[in-house]
Design a protein around this ligand. Structure first.
Ligand SMILES: [Fe+2]
Length: 371
């Protein structure tokens, strides 16, 4: 087999005459330090890569490319995979830049609001449900207390919104520390960066419901961030970068034995009327996609800049857990994450579709009916 020609040109690695920007390549190693070999989730800290990162030396061993970097790291790459990416470079959608609006009557929050606790009895009481669903609509999340342990409480909440959505994790799933039912970062005990779920799904879950069952040890708060407020503030500060994230689709994947999901959409999905509909961002699950030459730095800069805005800890709401507490949030509106924890931490949880959440808003008179 012909050996590819690989050389360094300034801050790029050139494979068979095609320059791959080092700043992109450093983020896309498939070695065990860069990518979890089982889940294919990203391990490299994307946001710590210096913008002026440069390859120092390259080596080829069969179909593998090795690169030593100016930050001391060494990454390894599949040359056939790089060649596929080079032939399918992605450009932003071209359309006039119009910015985006957030039209719904939302109470955007850029610092933690006070937490109102609703009693789970409201699941069966239309009058008591009204302020809870209105809180969800305005702020993107709502917290409950007083739940019996077990499956019934999350099932009743899902039924109040719509129905439990079956997915790769099951329908009503257990997320128990130490069980590793799925080899996903969500099942580990370290700090989990804020993200949205289902970036690998064409129709990402609309809501996420968590019901805590057991807690020992310290930490493990849920972290919520208003992604729409962050998007608004990002657009105000960096309109061109925000516009680029409405026009450039990112790809994401979920891999486990018997499953290989891929989907893609812009981080800021805006409808044809210029209204922000959905925020998607999960750096763990982001797939390699090489931006077209000429926009690589713009795409990386915009992606990193949006992350810098929404990961500011001043924006975070820390939700403290106890067994019997529940939380539901809009996965298209809010980022979620988790602080590091010790001990055992058990949840039952499920997803619902976004269309059912919208239906619940309509039934509560919060958005107009169709006719
Ligand atoms: Fe998640």
């Amino acid at each position: 087999m012909r050996s590819p020609s690989v050389l360094i040109d300034d801050r790029s690695v050139v494979v068979d005459g095609h320059a791959i920007p080092g700043r992109w390549l450093r983020d896309h190693g498939d070695d065990a330090a860069s990518l979890n070999p089982e889940t294919k989730q990203r391990l490299v800290d994307t946001f710590a890569i210096p913008a002026d990162i440069a390859p120092l030396s390259v080596s080829v061993d069969g179909v593998r490319l090795g690169v030593d970097w100016s930050d001391g790291a060494r990454t390894s790459h599949s040359i056939p995979a790089l060649e596929r990416l080079l032939t399918s470079r992605r450009s932003p959608e071209t359309r006039p830049s119009v910015g985006f609006a957030i039209e719904r009557d939302l109470a955007l929050w850029s610092s933690a609001p006070d937490v109102s606790w609703f009693d789970v009895a409201c699941f069966d009481d239309d009058e008591a449900w009204q302020p809870a669903i209105e809180h969800m609509y305005r702020r993107g999340w709502v917290a409950f207390d007083g739940a019996e342990l077990g499956e019934e409480a999350p099932a009743r909440l899902a039924a109040r919104i719509g129905y439990q959505r079956a997915c790769i994790f099951g329908t009503l799933w257990n997320m128990n520390s130490g069980s590793f039912e799925h080899a996903d970062s969500a099942y580990e005990s370290g700090n989990l960066d804020v993200h949205t779920d289902g970036t690998y799904s064409h129709d990402a879950p609309g809501t996420i419901i968590f019901a805590q069952q057991l807690k020992t040890g310290e930490g493990g708060d849920s972290v919520l961030v208003d992604a729409f407020a962050a998007a608004r503030d990002f657009q105000a500060a960096e309109p061109e970068a925000a516009d680029l994230l409405t026009r450039y689709s990112l790809r994401a994947h979920y891999v486990e034995p018997g499953v290989h999901l891929i989907a893609e959409r812009p981080s800021l999905r805006v409808d044809e009327h210029g209204v922000l509909q959905q925020v998607s961002f999960n750096n763990y699950d982001r797939s390699p996609l090489l931006p077209a030459a000429g926009v690589v730095d713009d795409v990386i800069d915009a992606y990193n800049a949006f992350r810098a805005v929404f990961s500011n800890p001043d924006r975070a709401l820390y939700h403290e857990w106890q067994p019997g507490r529940m939380l539901v949030f809009d996965n298209w509106r809010c980022f979620h994450g988790r602080t590091e924890f010790t001990g055992d931490r058990h949840f039952k949880g499920c997803y619902t579709n976004h269309e059912d959440l919208e239906s619940a808003y309509r039934l509560a008179g919060l958005t107009p009916p169709a006719l």
